[in-house]
Ligand binder design. Structure first.
Ligand code: HEM
Ligand SMILES: [Cu+2]
Length: 548
């Protein structure tokens, strides 16, 4: 897109958001969306490493059939901690809280988010929730699994369920605050000329995500609170022994947690649209279809929760309806994949690090999404429910796709955030190592699940050992791939070449300000006069239209 002024930097814009003040206080009390994004980046990385350590322990335990590395109950606590941290403290906040925070105001031509102090509050709430979760570790852990199924969680488990529940309850507010902020900002603070259908697709993705967060998260908060209430006061809500209904828990939990999977994937889809256009230097194919399919996913995502309950005892008629609805939700996802592919088709693709991550995303997302359709077919799901097949399915989407997109995004916007270029060779190496390690880890798990290996067991019959070992070796490769960027990105801060405002020759307002951007983003409000992604090929189209 172009704007009325060729450059949005003022001559005195040498000062940037990182350098204008250095004190700890200037960071901890900042209301600048860009600094808050960095605070989130650091805290999320911390939890990612912690969740990753738990994952490694799980996989090491599973290297041999016997439960010999850790006790079975330690194993239960390890996978619970892993799930809770990865879902609530890494995946859900990952792209929105870091890149969304950093980019939305820049992308729409605004000075900040609509409620800067609420934004800072959301980070503190996140940290508070995180502290509760760390407290759980100190208190000896929790063993219910991230799904907290009742009546085990509400009656029988003698681990730190309530503290964990409080941590999740609290961190939910952090997402809600962020989502309110995004929605208000996108509605009210777009620069002149930045119409809805000129918004970058990343912004559309986060808009849809924010709606899901606001509608879904309160349900989780209440559900988890009810588990606590039942535990403490023996109210009969979920435990049949007290007159409650355990299926009620599952309905409430999945009513949030299926939409939550879209909270985790919609932002990545936004990232992928940005990266594909930048590295093909092309206008995106089907802009409106992609934008509106995000909204369709947000809506349909609320109608399919029962596919987690096919074997729970819900009626087969309910199962049938949820199965059909599940197939429907695949349509908008497929629309996106087809449009991305059409954008790539015959394109002049530049295989830089962020693009490699994007291609990795596409491959892994397709496998994850298609196996979702297998699971949505009741006849198949009866056999593979609660096996490693399900574990592989959701890791393909959540780790394969979302984490790929997150890392692709970090690499793409790193020059903007830090002002420095990272070492491209290391970048390419990390993308390839992660892709290989990932597939080794999780393709093996599809096979294990298909063979009948149930999830959440510390020991298993010997015939499963080969696949478990492949999976564990894959995890080590994957872990190495994840650690690498930590080193070369940090190194780039000291040794990297200056990035300049627009190292990728990408379109979008964020590329028209200095890298790193000045504290208040734009010296004067930009005026947008063109569609999103007005790359040369789009210009040629426009010229062609003019001459007709
Ligand atoms: C798009 C992003 C997606 C994510 C992040 C995701 C994530 C998940 C997660 C976390 C679970 C298992 C939860 C658990 O039991 O712990 C799951 C199960 C399931 N997913 Fe997905 N999923 C996605 C897409 C899909 C799609 C597109 C479909 C179908 C069209 C689908 C169908 C299913 C079904 C039927 C199950 C239940 C399987 C069972 O428990 O037996 N998913 N998914
Ligand atoms: Cu689901």
């Amino acid at each position: 897109m172009t704007v009325s002024s060729p450059s949005l930097n003022t001559p005195q814009a040498q000062e940037n958001y990182l350098t204008w003040a250095h004190s700890l206080k200037s960071w901890l009390l900042t209301t600048d969306h860009k600094r808050i994004a960095i605070l989130y980046l650091i805290s999320i990385t911390f939890f990612f490493l912690l969740g990753g350590a738990a994952a490694s322990l799980i996989r090491l335990e599973l290297f041999t059939p016997q439960s010999d590395l850790v006790q079975p109950d330690t194993y239960n606590k390890t996978f619970t901690l892993h799930g809770v941290i990865m879902v609530f403290f890494f995946l859900i906040p990952s792209i929105p809280a870091t890149l969304g925070n950093f980019l939305i105001p820049l992308m729409i031509g605004a000075k900040d988010l609509a409620f800067p102090r609420l934004n800072l509050a959301s980070w503190y709430v996140y940290v508070l929730g995180g502290l509760f979760t760390l407290l759980v570790v100190v208190l000896g852990g929790v063993d219910t699994g991230w799904t907290f199924y009742t009546p085990y969680s509400s009656t029988y488990s003698n681990t730190a369920v309530i503290i964990t529940a409080l941590g999740i309850f609290i961190v939910g507010f952090s997402s809600i605050f962020t989502a309110i902020n995004f929605i208000a900002t996108i509605h009210t603070m777009r620069a002149p000329g930045m119409t809805w259908f000129r918004l970058p697709l990343f912004v559309w993705g986060l808009y849809a995500t924010s709606i899901v967060i606001i509608l879904g998260t309160p349900v989780l908060a209440i559900t988890i609170l009810l588990v606590g209430v039942e535990r403490l006061f023996r109210f009969g809500i979920f435990d049949p022994a007290l007159g409650g209904d355990p299926l009620l828990f599952q309905h409430l939990f999945w009513f949030y947690s299926h939409p939550a999977v879209y909270i985790m994937i919609l932002p990545s889809m936004g990232v992928v649209s940005e990266l594909i256009t930048a590295f093909t230097q092309r206008r995106i194919f089907g802009y409106r279809a992609i934008a509106l399919s995000s909204m369709a996913i947000a809506l349909l995502g609320f109608l399919v929760w029962g596919h987690h309950m096919f074997v729970s005892g819900q009626t087969i008629y309910a199962g049938l309806v949820f199965s059909i609805l599940t197939f429907l939700v695949a349509i908008p996802s497929a629309i996106k994949v087809f449009n991305w592919t059409a954008t790539l088709y015959k394109g002049d693709i530049s295989f830089k690090t962020p693009m490699l991550y994007t291609l990795g995303f596409l491959g892994l997302f397709i496998v994850g999404g298609l196996t979702g359709l297998f699971l949505g077919t009741t006849a198949v799901d009866v056999h593979v429910h609660d096996t490693y097949f399900v574990v592989a399915h959701f890791h393909f989407i959540m780790v394969g796709a979302t984490t790929m997109a997150y890392l692709g995004a970090i690499h793409f916007w790193w020059p903007k955030m830090s002002g420095k270029m990272y070492n491209e060779k290391w970048g390419i190496a990390s993308a390839i190592i992660i892709f290989v390690g990932f597939n080794l880890t999780f393709l093996a798990q599809f096979i294990l699940g298909y063979m009948g290996m149930p999830r959440r067991y510390a020991s298993y019959p010997e015939e499963f050992q080969l696949w478990h070992q492949l999976s564990t070796v894959g995890t080590m490769i994957l872990g190495f791939g994840y650690i690498l960027p930590l080193f070369y990105l940090l190194q780039s801060l000291f040794k990297g070449q200056p990035a300049g405002p627009n190292p990728w020759k990408a379109k979008g307002l964020e590329w028209m300000v200095n890298s790193p951007p000045p504290p208040h983003n734009f010296a004067k409000t930009p005026v947008v006069t063109e569609e999103a992604y007005a790359y040369p090929e789009y210009k040629a189209e426009e010229a062609g239209r003019g001459s007709n």
